[in-house]
Ligand binder design. Structure first.
Ligand SMILES: Cc1ncc(COP(=O)(O)O)c(C=O)c1O
Length: 380
């Protein structure tokens, strides 16, 4: 059966007519100039990204997967252990493997969807050279400063896969700036997009320089055909930079709207209302609300609940972050160190409600009413 209510999409990628006109005009300038890659728009994009996050260097490349591999190659992780969460996207661990390292999976703190310091301490090995923290759904764990201090004490690096967390802060400090470097993602479903692409941010001159070398075939410089690293073509084109620049200009208002919708959900669904448990922003964290996650009561059939919400109430929930932890995927099963039960709970019991920058209060109300009705029906 199809709902008589207008469908609420799980997410939306918003480019207004003004955005499209600006992008078209800038791409026309790019075509006119003939500088189609690594040109002035890319440089401007990097300048504004660095200024916005208060960091010394911003290095754009062509995907969040590439940026992780670049950072890991620059840190020479070959043959070494890197701690990564079990509750993350494939690329976080795959990049470690591509760079020649061994990902060591860590369990999840269900309250923040992140990793606790205690778990990091538990999973450290003699070969651990670094920690990759992932800010799932846009939440930054309040333990980030303690995790950074721990890494420093142990003489290992801390890096952040902040693919979900563009614009999220903890006590005013931006995601991606707590350790040696941070990587984001401008894939279309993220809070801002450049179609494909990403930025690496760091205050470290050496790492920034290495990233620039790796992204351009490992060449000593853009104009010099001397290959000094095993790099790759990880460059960002000018049309991608133009699209990203426009969304970067819109980022504050896009995040403000997401926060407004999240506050509406929190008020209606938070604090045990309706038996659901929304994942709330940790103390001091201003999330970008890339996702709005609720934990379902035990025993709920998530696929059936999503179908009911869609068919009966026009509410389309997005994919989870994530449906399964990494060790449940065929190609990564060998990484299972045992005892990742909280990651399994976090992945298995979560539901992501629709949220996007142009969402209206009426759409949020439709979602809330749908969730309440689903609870009454016993499907949620
Ligand atoms: C946590 C995380 N890391 C890395 C990536 C990879 O980013 P990209 O799609 O830009 O390669 C993603 C993308 O979904 C992600 O969610």
């Amino acid at each position: 059966m199809s709902s008589p209510l207008p469908p609420v999409p799980p997410t939306r990628i918003d480019f207004s007519p003004e955005d499209r006109a600006w992008i078209t005009e800038c791409i026309s300038q790019v075509l006119e100039s003939g500088r189609l890659t690594m040109g002035p728009f890319g440089e401007e994009f990097e300048r504004e990204l660095a200024a916005g996050m208060n960091v010394k260097h911003a290095v754009t490349v062509n995907s969040g997967t590439a940026s992780l591999e670049i950072m890991l190659r620059a840190m020479n992780v070959a043959g070494k252990d890197v701690l990564v969460p079990a509750n993350t996207f494939f690329a976080t661990a795959a990049a470690v493997i591509s760079a020649g390292g061994n990902p060591v999976l860590m369990d999840t703190d269900v309250a923040t969807l992140s990793t606790s310091l205690a778990e990091i301490e538990r999973r450290m090995t003699a070969k651990t050279v670094g920690i990759m923290i992932v800010h799932i759904a846009g939440f930054i764990t309040a333990e980030m400063p303690a995790i950074a201090a721990f890494a420093q004490r142990k003489g290992i690096w801390l890096m952040e896969d902040a693919a979900h967390a563009q614009g999220s802060t903890l006590e005013g400090k931006h995601a991606g700036t707590f350790g040696l470097a941070g990587s984001f993602s401008f894939y279309p479903t993220k809070v801002m997009t450049s179609a494909e692409g990403v930025v690496i941010v760091t205050d470290d001159d050496t790492l920034a320089n290495e990233a620039r070398i790796y992204r351009d075939q490992g060449k000593a410089s853009f104009l010099q055909n001397t290959h000094i690293r095993m790099g790759y073509n990880w460059r960002m084109s000018e049309p991608h930079a133009v699209i990203g620049l426009r969304h970067l200009h819109n980022l504050p208002s896009m995040i403000a709207n997401r926060r407004r919708i999240a506050a509406h959900y929190d008020a209606a669904l938070g604090k045990g209302n309706n038996g659901l448990t929304p994942v709330m922003a940790p103390k001091g964290c201003e999330s970008n609300y890339y996702k709005y996650v609720v934990m379902l009561p035990e025993g709920i059939d998530r696929a059936a609940a999503k179908k009911w919400l869609r068919d009966e109430r026009g509410v389309n929930c997005s994919g989870e972050v994530y449906e399964f932890p990494l060790h449940k995927h065929d190609v990564l099963r060998h990484l299972d160190p045992g005892n990742l039960t909280q990651a399994e709970i976090a992945c298995g019991r979560q539901l992501c409600l629709p949220i996007f920058a142009s969402m209206t209060d009426a759409q949020a109300d439709q979602v809330i009413d749908g969730v309440k009705a689903a609870r009454e029906k016993g499907v949620l």
